[in-house]
Design a protein around this ligand. Structure first.
Ligand code: SF4
Length: 664
């Protein structure tokens, strides 16, 4: 009888070129699902403490999800995991597209790479045969060109994950591409792949995912679609102008930041993440001018932000882009003649903000070019944009001179200089060599007090959601095993997740409609942040998309998991599975020498020290100790250090880890 997972992984030893299979017992899936859960379980055991993230002992895992290929909506994400060279601890990233189901069609739940190849190689899987092939002819090609070449060589059914030249040159802010420039961008895992001289995976297979109860999956799909299709008419009213109006209203009103699943559904299917472009710069969600500016003053709608209006971007849409088995399709393929791009992916909100409001750049064509360039060479656009904003402020404050930059005039809003600097970073020329490893290392190199301008947590650049606007992110950016990430939880996410609908014992989402409520650290909010943290690990175990999860609890992932596996567990048990995965990830960090609350710190600015003098967050300073302490307690972690307690680990059946962590 089907159970959704394939029951085995592929192991590739890059030192020797040996390829072998390993069966995974059923009880392991029951304990941690598949996807990021299985990766966490195996990498915790198999990467030795102190391993060099760029050395042979690091293991790079490409994972599919438990529900991928089962027919369940929104479950086509693939995940990549390894020890992160950016943070020195647990690293993972995920991406949509079409690569995840291909892993399962090849008969595996994951593909694990160990060692370092003596020469550039790629993994080919075709007709049931897995082998390493020479990639000398691909080395140096950008990610899109290399993918085209691999599909020409391996056949049209091949699905490709590939790195660009930035990752080949071990830029610590590089990611891994699939589907012509969609990225698993974070944690610096492109650099791990580059360090292994692994250019790509090009895989195809004909295997089928067997499901315990396909009818139950169909019923859940039908129920979701019924809700999803409601309000199609209203969606058309959600124009860019309406979003601008909402933005202005949210800035001046005492209303908070509540965002319900229905609004997410409409905004995401109409525009994708760029729906936030103007909204967020006006209401305070977007960090501006390297986190010391104020949106409505420094990047106002009238003078700047409206130039990045979502409708102006959608005017270039050639076709919608859907990841595997996604009913929404938040992506778009664009043609932008004015930027000289015949085919390019729509930039995400994070990219528009990191190279827009954060750098005071309102040149939309430049953002199209920057996005396309980053996708080709392989930069994480959040980290690259933030690192360049850091350099801009260094120039403004006289810490860096034009001479340090090889004559580049890196002033706010100078997008030509940004494009040239990106080239220098990708080629590791001049100052680009220093900036290519992110803002933390650049600040350490530059010194002169620049450290306080580097907007990272634990080495990873902060995303484009201001923690002074949403204090939930002040928790997520530091207390998660992968710091500096927005895809786990924030207070806004709680509204969208509506977890009480899936897990009846959880409190209802706290009321965030009033601004004055959002800065209060309350018991219910802390419980819900911890629940969201656990839930997201389950989400990443099954391979689901965050945007599906943000649809007000209408995507019933526990129901799908029962239908696909036949486990028939109460929903709360899936929250426990997520909690188990999260504790393994956090324990991984401890095993590798990280004390979470000491080593992952929020930059002072992001906590409102000093507070902003104008705008929606005027005067806001966050009570970081209360926020982090309450979260740690609700996770069963030591309040002062953030280390999982032995009691919690044993409660989750992780006795071996409890023993090991106690001895660290
Ligand atoms: S919502 Fe967007 S990112 Fe998520 S699966 Fe659909 S197309 Fe992909």
């Amino acid at each position: 009888m089907g159970k959704g997972y394939m029951g085995k992984i592929l192991k590739v030893d890059l030192d020797s070129g040996n390829v072998s299979e390993e069966s995974i017992p059923d009880e392991v899936y029951r304990q941690v699902t598949s996807g990021i859960g299985l990766a966490a379980r195996l990498l915790y055991e198999r990467i030795p403490a102190g391993a060099d993230p760029l050395g042979p002992d690091n293991i790079l895992a490409f994972m599919s999800g438990l529900l991928t290929g089962s027919g369940a909506w929104f479950t086509g994400r693939w995940m990549v995991a390894a020890k992160s060279p950016l943070t020195g601890g647990w690293g993972d990233a995920n991406c949509g597209g079409t690569f995840s189901p291909a892993i399962k069609r090849c008969g595996y739940d994951g593909i694990f790479f160990h060692g370092i190849s003596p020469k550039p190689v790629y993994l080919s899987i075709a007709d049931g045969k897995a082998e390493l092939k020479d990639a000398s002819h691909l080395w140096g090609l950008d990610a899109v060109a290399a993918e085209e070449r691999l599909i020409a060589d391996e056949g049209k059914t091949a699905r490709v994950a590939v790195i660009g030249p930035a990752a080949e040159r071990i830029s610590l802010i590089s990611g891994i591409s699939n589907d012509r420039g969609r990225y698993a961008a974070r944690s610096g895992l492109g650099a791990v792949m580059g360090s292994k001289r692994l250019k790509a995976l090009a895989i195809s297979g004909r295997g089928k995912v067997e499901v315990h109860d396909p009818w139950a999956v169909r019923e859940l799909n039908a129920k979701f679609i019924k809700w999803f299709k409601k309000g199609e008419g209203v969606k058309k009213l959600l124009s860019a102008k309406a979003l601008n109006f909402m933005a202005k209203f949210m800035r001046v009103s005492p209303m908070g930041m509540a965002q319900k699943g229905d609004l997410v559904k409409m905004a995401m299917s109409r525009f994708g993440t760029i729906a936030s472009n103007v909204l967020s710069s006006e209401n305070g969600d977007s960090p501006v001018r390297n986190w010391y500016g104020v949106g409505f003053r420094d990047f106002s709608i009238a003078a700047h932000a409206d130039k990045l209006n979502p409708q102006r971007i959608m005017d270039h849409e050639v076709k919608k882009y859907h990841c595997y088995n996604c009913p929404l399709g938040c992506g778009s393929v664009l043609r932008v003649d004015s930027a000289g791009l015949s085919e390019t992916h729509k930039p995400e909100y994070e990219t528009c903000c990191a190279f827009g409001a954060l750098q005071l750049n309102d040149d939309l064509d430049a953002i199209f070019k920057i996005n396309d360039y980053c996708n080709r060479v392989g930069f994480d656009t959040i980290s690259a944009g933030t690192t360049i904003a850091f350099a801009m402020e260094c120039v403004e404050r006289g810490i860096l001179t034009d001479a340090d930059l090889g004559g580049l005039k890196l002033h706010w809003g100078n997008s030509d200089a940004v494009l040239e600097l990106l080239r220098m970073m990708a080629e590791r020329r001049g100052i680009g060599d220093i900036l290519a490893d992110g803002s933390k290392r650049a600040a350490q190199h530059i010194g002169k007090g620049s450290e306080r301008l580097a907007m990272h947590a634990g080495g990873q650049e902060l995303p484009m959601h201001d923690s002074r606007f949403d204090p939930g992110f002040a928790v997520s950016y530091v207390m998660e095993p992968t710091p500096g990430r927005h895809t786990n939880h924030g207070y806004q996410w709680l509204e969208m997740f509506a977890l009480h609908r899936l897990f009846r014992k959880l409190p209802k989402t706290p009321d965030l409609f009033l601004v004055k409520n959002k800065y209060r650290v309350t018991k219910d909010k802390s419980i819900l942040l911890a629940a969201a943290s656990k839930y997201m690990q389950f989400v990443n175990g099954v391979g689901a998309c965050l945007f599906g999860v943000q649809m007000g609890g209408n995507l019933d992932l526990p129901g799908y998991a029962n239908a696909v596996t036949g486990w028939n567990l109460p929903p709360e048990e899936y929250l426990t599975i997520g909690e188990r995965i999260q504790n393994i990830r956090q324990a991984f960090n401890v095993k590798h020498g990280i004390t979470p609350r000491r080593d992952f710190m929020l930059p002072q600015r992001a906590a409102g020290r000093p507070p902003l003098e104008a705008g929606p967050m005027k005067g806001v300073t966050l009570d970081i100790d209360a926020l982090h302490g309450a979260f740690a307690e609700n996770m069963g972690w030591d309040r002062e250090s953030g280390i999982p307690t032995a009691v919690k680990l044993r409660e989750l059946g992780l006795d071996g880890i409890a023993d090991e962590i106690a001895s660290v």
